[in-house]
Design a protein around this ligand. Structure first.
Ligand code: SAM
Length: 220
């Protein structure tokens, strides 16, 4: 299955593994900062594509003892990442699961972390994706969403377009993204503003996008 505005798995994998490292560093750094304060548990990467991020996480000593689940609606994406997992001997640490961000195949309160990058903009019901993330988190668990802003600064967008072009990947579809204010409105509409902050750095790679950080209260 090929979702709207997505390239086939082999092309996406080439792009993700060759051009996205600066963004991976930012995302992985945030995950490890958050995970340091949590007991090792299960972490799902929602819309994981060819599983590049879970592979990076599994190699990080701070995240030793965690179990990673790469979840995607598109099985061909997951299968594209499987050889890398097997080659690195990570089959016991990283599980692959076909599933929908809007109907997560996990019990309530069952995961310690749920993360998702560059996927929110693909989802037809963004509000539901946030309430689903919240539902599956254990009390005390953390959800982290990074995505690109539609209201991104033109110079940053140009830089991103060049990064993509350097590996023969087409420009992003900026019109399908949400703005920082729309992301904040979504969180309020989802009823999660009591435990969620939405931020966007003013400079660096992170300024391309926003972060939604959900901390499920211990007494939820
Ligand atoms: C742009 S890619 C992002 C991949 C990866 N997270 C990254 O940052 O490189 C978006 C991914 O979301 C997946 N996706 C789209 N809709 C989805 C849904 N409803 N549930 C789960 N995954 C979905 C796509 O198949 C694709 O692999």
């Amino acid at each position: 299955m090929l979702l709207k505005n997505l390239r086939p798995a082999d092309e996406y994998d080439r792009f993700a593994s060759q051009a996205l490292e600066p963004w991976d560093v930012l995302f992985v750094t945030r995950i490890r900062q958050i995970a340091r304060d949590l007991p090792p548990g299960a972490l799902v990467d929602i819309g994981t594509a060819t599983v590049v991020v879970p592979v990076r996480l599994a190699a990080d000593h701070v995240l030793k003892g965690w179990h990673f689940i790469g979840l995607d609606l598109d099985e061909t994406m997951l299968e594209g990442g499987r050889p890398r997992i097997e080659a690195l001997g990570l089959s016991d640490t990283i599980e692959l699961k076909v599933g929908d961000a809007l109907d997560l195949p996990f019990a309530d309160n069952s995961l310690t972390m749920a993360v998702s990058r560059a996927t929110l903009h693909h989802l037809p019901d963004k509000l539901k994706s946030l309430t689903e993330m919240y539902r599956v988190l254990q009390p005390g668990g953390v959800g982290l969403v990074h995505d690109m802003r539609r209201d991104v600064a033109p110079d940053l967008l140009e830089k991103f377009t060049q990064m993509r072009a350097s590996v023969g990947y087409p420009p992003t579809h900026v019109e399908e993204k949400v703005t920082l204010e729309e992301a904040r409105a979504l969180v309020i509409e989802a009823g999660l503003d009591h435990c969620t902050v939405v931020t966007s750095p003013s400079s660096g790679m992170g300024a391309l996008g926003f972060e939604i950080l959900i901390k499920k209260p211990l007494l939820a």
